[in-house]
Design a protein around this ligand. Structure first.
Ligand SMILES: [Fe+2]
Length: 241
């Protein structure tokens, strides 16, 4: 049996974007069992923008599960944004997980926004000023929460959903100087600590769709500017494609 996962990130909705995705979304139940959103749903994280997200991604006919992105934090209205999304039936994950019953089996989705820090050999370390220690600790706590959420789920197939990237592979195309602000190897370690089948993220608009964690988990950057369509569909079965 196969579970069909539609995914997109970085749709950055505001009034002027509402309706752009909807025609394709109306067709989504024909090709996918669930829609996963990889954060940066809004431009500046306002309650009004969240209402645009609710209009665009509500009432789709399939479950919708999301994490927030850095843009969704910009106006310090996260509780209001989460409430608007949840009132529209969208499940918002942050260090938590959910199990979606699909025709092909039970899909477990564990999600965190994640944070930066960089990748092997070129990463921030927990040393020196309190600000640097706080930066690294934020990533550590996010990765630990992702690992715990992944391991908590009783399901047939397991997906990790983040905004920041767990690997550098899917950042190729971005300036190397900003990789430490686009993701962290610690998210990749969390993904590899569980029997994860697929990891989805956004944030890197100029990155690359396909990558793999050091442990062999397939990673897909589903940022809208990367996939260049309303959503991509991945099939989880004996293999992932
Ligand atoms: Fe982002």
């Amino acid at each position: 049996m196969v579970i069909r996962i539609a995914a997109v990130g970085d749709v950055h909705l505001d009034e002027d974007v509402v309706g752009r995705f909807r025609p394709a979304l109306e067709q989504l139940p024909d090709s996918a069992d669930v829609l996963l959103l990889a954060g940066d749903l809004t431009r500046h994280g306002t309650e009004a923008e969240a209402r645009c997200v609710a209009r665009e991604f509500g009432d789709l006919g399939v479950p919708v599960v999301t994490v927030l992105g850095n843009h969704d934090h910009q106006c310090d209205q996260v509780p209001q944004v989460v409430k608007v999304l949840e009132d529209a039936g969208i499940t918002v994950l942050e260090g938590t997980g959910t199990v979606v019953e699909c025709a092909g089996g039970r899909l477990g989705v564990a999600g965190v926004k994640g944070f930066g820090g960089g990748f092997a050999g070129r990463c921030a370390s927990d040393f020196g000023e309190p600000e640097m220690k706080s930066f690294v600790r934020t990533t550590r706590e996010s990765a630990d929460a992702l690992a715990a959420a992944l391991l908590s789920l009783d399901c047939d197939a397991l997906v990790a959903l983040t905004h920041y990237s767990p690997v550098p592979d899917t950042l190729v195309g971005e300036p190397p100087e900003i990789y430490p602000f686009l993701g962290s190897y610690q998210l990749g370690q969390a993904i590899d600590s569980a029997p994860t089948a697929l990891a989805l993220h956004g944030h890197a608009h100029h990155g690359t769709e396909r990558g793999t964690t050091p442990g062999g988990v397939l990673v897909r950057n589903v940022a809208h500017p990367v996939i260049k369509q309303a959503y991509s569909v991945y099939h989880l079965g004996d293999q992932v494609d």
